[in-house]
Design a binder for this molecule. Structure first.
Ligand SMILES: Cc1cc2nc3c(=O)[nH]c(=O)nc-3n(C[C@H](O)[C@H](O)[C@H](O)COP(=O)(O)OP(=O)(O)OC[C@H]3O[C@@H](n4cnc5c(N)ncnc54)[C@H](O)[C@@H]3O)c2cc1C
Length: 424
């Protein structure tokens, strides 16, 4: 076995291990969770000749979750999975990212996207409905031969001497490797990482969708809009090819009593929370018919993501607040890197999983931290703090390289270059 180390763009050391004794097609993988992470992993593995089955507790794909922002670091993975054309078909490409004052709506910080992003990162920044993305990845994964079991809630997982076992509705299924991608409220995480619970952050998020035709034309600018107010913020952008407007409204509050983390909510409460905001925000809320409320939970980085034959992936491995819009992005990057590790070390699954954890941990831990810090930046309540923030934003608007120096560390990372998957 030969190992060489290089320092790629993401500043993570890559160990290229050459070993071609065991064929990748000998490995059977079970994935728990047909979310963005689970499905992307299934697709990447299946494209490389691995036999994959996915177990999903829902009886079908649901619409919950609303909009997602797809940054260039995700699009580079979809492009390498030959999926960017299909993904882009239902996306909207915002003209700019704009941070705004909550009352006047005036731009505080503007970052131009489109050509500027394409030139800088080689890929677009896009907005999509989560359901459209799930449908697209699932279709490609099924075409690549993976099997999805719906209504298959996994109740227990176990590693054996020779492989893995999962229990689902009294049936046992065996594989060589198990990937647990059951989301932020992962019930199975404990089996791999030990006991731990997500902590309520004191923030809730309403998510809603409004048909574009229900509002006067161009009420919401064609951008990634983010209105910043004291202890609150409001994000809005177009999805579904421009037919729908998505919003996420975040407010700080002291308690969250619900067992579920996304529940149908009272629009009156949302209207009241944002009543004195920019009229574009209030007219969007007024036009909304159904809204879901989410308690936002945080989780300290896990000490361990893997055992010899089981691995956590996506939100189950690194639950992340949505303030950098990178949760799904990190799940997609995980999927690629895990596939790279397995393809390079099929004869030693345990080593492959250790490599995956080592390659991914520093980046996801950094993003968990940055997402947390962004809440404080967005929700600045002190008048002096807001004056200082405004001045900093003005400088970053006038000198785009300042804003980009921060974004480059996130959007400029290309896991497909850093962790190449060569044809087997
Ligand atoms: C308000 C908000 C806004 C967000 N915006 C963005 C954004 O703009 N961009 C971005 O990149 N990310 C965003 N995110 C984060 C993103 O949605 C998540 O990080 C991403 O969906 C995680 O994918 P996943 O596959 O790990 O988990 P999930 O998508 O949660 O999927 C987990 C799956 O596992 C299934 N499951 C659970 N338990 C079991 C079981 N026992 N057996 C079988 N199946 C099971 C679930 O039904 C589900 O289908 C946002 C999150 C929130 C809350």
């Amino acid at each position: 076995m030969k190992a060489s180390i290089s320092i790629p763009h993401s500043d993570i050391a890559v160990i290229h291990i050459e070993s071609a004794k065991l064929k990748i097609s000998d490995i059977k993988v079970h994935i728990i969770g047909a979310g963005i992470g689970g499905l992307t992993t299934a697709l990447a593995l299946a494209q490389n000749g691995v036999e994959v089955e996915v177990f999903e507790k829902a009886s079908k794909f649901t619409n919950v979750g609303a909009g997602l922002q797809l940054s260039p670091n995700v699009m580079t993975v979809f492009s390498s999975l030959d999926l960017s054309k299909e993904v882009e078909a239902s996306c909207c490409e915002p003209k700019a990212g704009i941070l705004r004052d909550y009352k006047t709506g005036k731009a505080l910080l503007t970052t131009r996207m489109q050509k500027d992003y394409q030139a800088r990162y080689g890929h677009k920044y896009l907005h999509i409905h989560r359901a459209d993305l799930i449908d697209t990845i699932a279709e490609a994964a099924q075409k690549a031969g993976i099997k999805i079991h719906f209504g298959a809630q996994v109740s227990s997982i176990r590693e054996t001497e020779t492989g893995t076992r999962l229990e689902n509705i009294g049936k046992t299924h065996q594989a060589n490797l198990l990937i647990v991608a059951d989301g932020i409220r992962s019930f199975l995480r404990e089996e791999i990482a030990g006991k731990s619970r997500p902590v309520f952050t004191g923030q809730v998020a309403w998510r809603g969708l409004v048909p574009t035709s229900d509002l006067p034309p161009e009420t919401i600018p064609f951008a990634a809009n983010n209105w910043l107010g004291p202890r609150q913020h409001f994000v809005s952008y177009y999805v579904s090819g421009g037919e729908m407007i998505n919003f996420v409204a975040v407010q700080e509050r002291s308690e969250w009593a619900e067992e579920n983390w996304g529940i149908p909510a009272d629009i009156g409460e949302l209207k009241n929370a944002f009543k004195s905001w920019d009229p574009r925000v209030t007219s969007l809320i007024d036009a909304c018919r159904n809204v879901y409320l989410w308690g936002l939970f945080d989780h300290p980085p896990l000490a361990k993501w893997t055992t010899k034959r089981m691995a956590l992936l996506g939100d189950a491995a690194h639950p992340m607040l949505p303030f950098m819009a990178q949760g799904a992005a990190m799940a997609v990057e995980d999927a690629w890197v895990l596939t790279h590790c397995l393809i390079n070390t099929p004869s030693n699954v345990s080593q492959a999983l250790q490599n995956y954890e080592a390659f991914r941990k520093s980046r996801t831990t950094r993003l968990q931290k940055t997402s947390r810090e962004n809440a404080a930046l967005y929700h600045q309540a002190s008048p002096l703090g807001r004056v200082i923030r405004k001045a900093k934003f003005k400088i970053a608007t006038d000198i785009p390289s300042i804003a980009f120096s921060r974004l480059d560390k996130i959007y400029g990372v290309d896991v497909t270059q850093d962790f190449p998957i060569l044809p087997v």
